[in-house]
Design a protein around this ligand. Structure first.
Ligand code: FES
Length: 338
């Protein structure tokens, strides 16, 4: 049974054979930060200081160079010998580690299911028990697929001030564990179990102007963050790029535009990568190309990116080439999970 020493907390726990670093800690009543639990979100990224693990998980939550530098995903790493892990990067305190998993479960009722695009649904959940959730804009919840123990992660699109609801943006995937059920069987009034909130994505305090770029269902956390900025009477310049294939794939532009009334420093740039309808007044091309055309230099900016890994990869390359410091780029990769 491999022993795991946790620095800088001066604590340790045991992992059973074939148990991940995260699963072992939780089973022993300890806590490590986590989110999706399937290698997709990067929330559980920690440094392996000593020992060896077998790793799985998406390569985007952890790049090849991260792995070479010793980073591992606690939810996707099974120790094969005694290990030392460094959790400094997750800001975990000894008290949190010892207190065990404090993530709460919620019972919610489906208040509304809205067709946002041909393959995206907006699901408004009303929290029943407990009736509200404290979260920061940019976080997500795990939704339990009814009748199973399968969890699917969805970001809140509503701001934290609307604490009695969780507005989710669900992409329909063929055979998707949750999305197929949503399309075929779930209806307003049905109840769901949620767990959370999770995730480290949030707007960082600074005076720098912000670029936000969303692709696909990645608009949800951006919308929550912009809504929260409006609630805080933000004066920093914010430019939101929303990339979609066609005009039919754009959604929630009405919500973004309503926020402009409360936050005049907000600019919204929808961009279509495939077909632009006659009379289209927005941008065309990949969202990265559009950012590049609009901003020849971006020194002194913060950037928030939410969308498919390929978009985040391309945008990070462009932004750093235009002067954004890597440490001022924050992202949430949306890895499709069926
Ligand atoms: Fe490990 Fe999401 S919890 S990658």
């Amino acid at each position: 049974m491999p022993k795991v020493e946790v620095v800088p907390l001066g604590a340790s726990y045991d992992c059973r054979d074939d148990e991940t670093l995260l699963a072992g800690a939780l089973r022993e009543g300890r806590y490590l930060r986590y989110g999706c639990r399937h290698g997709g979100c990067g929330t559980c990224r920690i440094l392996l200081v000593e020992g060896d693990v077998e790793q799985s998980g998406s390569t985007f939550a952890l790049t090849a160079s991260d792995r070479a530098d010793g980073w591992v995903l606690a939810c996707a790493s099974v120790p094969v010998e005694d290990c030392v892990i460094d959790v400094s990067a997750t800001d975990l305190t000894a008290e949190e580690f010892l207190a065990g998993d404090q993530v709460r479960g919620y019972t919610a009722e489906i208040a509304e299911i809205r067709r946002l695009t041909p393959d995206v649904r907006g699901v408004r959940l009303r929290l029943l028990d407990p009736p509200s959730m404290r979260f920061t804009a940019g976080q997500f919840v795990n939704v339990e697929v009814p009748g199973t123990s399968v969890l699917r992660a969805y970001s809140m699109a509503n701001p934290p001030s609307d604490s009695g609801h969780a507005d989710l943006v669900v992409r329909l995937l063929p055979g998707g564990a949750f999305s197929a059920l949503l399309e075929d069987r779930l209806a307003p009034g049905d109840r769901l179990r949620l767990y959370g909130p999770f995730g480290q994505l949030k707007v960082r305090l600074s005076h720098r102007p912000m670029i936000m770029a969303a692709g696909g269902s990645g608009l949800a956390p951006i919308l929550s963050m912009v809504g929260d900025l409006a609630d805080q009477q933000n004066r920093r310049q914010v430019t939101v790029f929303f990339g979609a294939r066609s005009a039919a794939d754009l959604y929630h532009l009405d919500r973004l535009r309503a926020l402009q009334d409360r936050m005049p420093c907000l600019e919204i740039v929808p961009a279509l990568s495939e077909r632009a309808p006659a009379g289209w007044a927005g941008e065309t091309g990949l969202v990265t190309d559009v950012i590049g055309r609009r901003f020849p230099q971006l020194e002194g900016y913060d950037a928030y990116l939410c969308g498919p890994p390929a978009m985040i990869d391309a945008a990070t390359g462009l932004l750093t080439a235009r002067g954004v410091r890597l440490r001022n780029i924050y992202f949430d990769a949306f890895v499709p999970t069926g």
